[in-house]
Design a binder for this molecule. Structure first.
Ligand SMILES: [Zn+2]
Length: 155
């Protein structure tokens, strides 16, 4: 599939309320992921061994196929389809006690179909009306001065 990479898109205002856990952007395994996200780019880890070339998500210290430590980042166009979903009605996190319901989807990427990412869909239809196969695109939420996290938006 050939698709042009859209301009990075950031939410104008936060989706989740204050008080959510924010990831450490300097964590050595995830640093490349969060550096790209801060620029509005969605990247997935790929093994740099020429005879392996496996993609994996979430990022890990080494390749899950050949155990190489030579990992690199590959950018996705950031579009995909809803592979599965759940509507969160009773969130467990204390910051979300008065929040919701909201939608969490498992998204199959168009350009990396072996990769599925879980995330909130900020403008999803609620009340059990989300459809498997619905089109979504990545959007980024700034969750700290130096951190942005991918969310999804209906496409
Ligand atoms: Zn490998």
């Amino acid at each position: 599939m050939t698709s042009s990479r859209p301009d990075p898109e950031f939410l104008d205002s936060p989706f989740f309320p204050e008080g959510m856990t924010v990831p450490d952007p300097d964590d050595p395994i995830n640093a490349g992921y969060f550096a790209a996200a801060a620029q509005g780019r969605l990247v997935v880890q790929r093994c740099a061994e020429a005879d392996c070339d496996v993609r994996q998500y979430p990022p890990e210290l080494s390749c899950h196929a050949c155990y190489s430590f030579e990992m690199e980042w590959e950018e996705s166009v950031g579009t995909g389809t809803v592979y599965s979903w759940v509507e969160v009605v009773h969130p467990a996190h204390p910051a979300l006690r008065e929040f919701g319901p909201y939608m969490v989807a498992l998204v199959e990427l168009d350009d990396m179909p072996e990769i599925k990412l879980m995330g909130a869909v900020v403008d999803a239809p609620l009340g059990g009306t989300m459809k498997i196969g619905a089109r979504v695109r990545v959007v980024f939420e700034r969750t700290a001065d130096d951190v942005a996290q991918p969310r999804w938006r209906m496409a």
